[in-house]
Write a protein that binds this ligand. Structure first.
Ligand SMILES: N[C@H](CCC[C@H](N)C(=O)O)C(=O)O
Length: 260
């Protein structure tokens, strides 16, 4: 059987996109892991299905799988890429509403960037002044560091992710450096089990954590990831964060067919 797929990337976080409105592709952990494999497959951080939704007010449904083949929680960059994919398919124009595993999301285009609504954050667990945990649709551990370039992200990220701190479910691990007018981030991603060039829910978590820790005082934060620049906007009141938007590029790379 030949499978048609589209490859997209958002700040270097890359995904295999499949138009699954005919429900042709069935969830198969081994197959998804092979498709995401950088040598034996197409290669990607994750695979995303675009499916129809019965409610005409909802443009489509998003189903996300990590590179290990397992379905996972919200993918922020993947959410921005599926919006660009839906536009390329002619499903939407300038804005949309779609359903993901954590609920409804709105998205719109800002010039050639995609802005995605992210879930509210009202609980942040501070371990100390330089470390915390929060969930932005996916779980994120944040360590504030002096210099992200000096971090052995795969080794240190894997150690924390697999420690007793996060049990079997684990967490994504972010190393964040706060500069005057932006923050830098490097992320070890759960389910990829390696550093990715960007992580949308991680970028969102880093911006909110930096504001919560009084390391920044603006409600719009520029974030430099290894694979590109993103921005996070939010409203804040008494430790509650709402109207959160993740803004950044979401680009088509190529279309292909693969026997599977
Ligand atoms: N690996 C993450 C999901 C994808 C997150 C990332 N790709 C993003 O853009 O948010 C997890 O299992 O929690």
């Amino acid at each position: 059987m030949n499978l048609t797929f589209y490859k997209f990337q958002g700040a270097g976080n890359d995904f295999i996109m499949i138009d699954n409105r005919e429900l042709f592709f069935k969830n198969n952990t081994k197959l998804i892991a092979r498709l995401c494999h950088r040598r034996f497959g197409i290669g990607a951080d994750g695979l995303i299905l675009l499916e129809s939704h019965p409610d005409e007010e909802i443009d489509f449904k998003m189903v996300y799988f990590n590179a290990d083949g397992n379905e996972s929680t919200l993918c922020g960059n993947g959410g921005r890429c599926i919006v660009a994919f839906a536009k390329q398919l002619g499903l939407i124009e300038k804005q949309c509403r779609f359903l993901a595993i954590d609920g409804l999301h709105q998205a719109h285009f800002e010039d050639d960037l995609v802005s995605l609504s992210m879930p509210d954050v009202d609980t942040i667990k501070s371990y100390n002044s330089e470390s915390c945990f929060l969930d932005t649709g996916s779980p994120h551990h944040i360590d504030f560091v002096q210099n992200t370039s000096a971090i052995q992200v795969k080794a240190e990220g894997s150690r924390i992710r697999n420690s007793s701190l996060y049990g079997k479910a684990g967490s994504n691990i972010n190393f964040v450096e706060v500069q005057d007018h932006y923050i830098k981030i490097r992320t070890y991603e759960r389910g990829v089990e390696d550093e990715t060039l960007a992580c949308g829910t991680g970028v969102t978590a880093a911006a909110i954590a930096a504001h919560y820790a009084n390391k920044i005082d603006t409600e719009e934060v520029s974030v430099k990831a290894e694979g590109g620049n993103l921005a996070v906007r939010f409203s804040h009141q008494n430790g509650n964060y709402s109207n959160i938007q993740l803004i950044g590029p979401a680009e088509f790379v190529f279309k292909g067919e693969i026997k599977c």
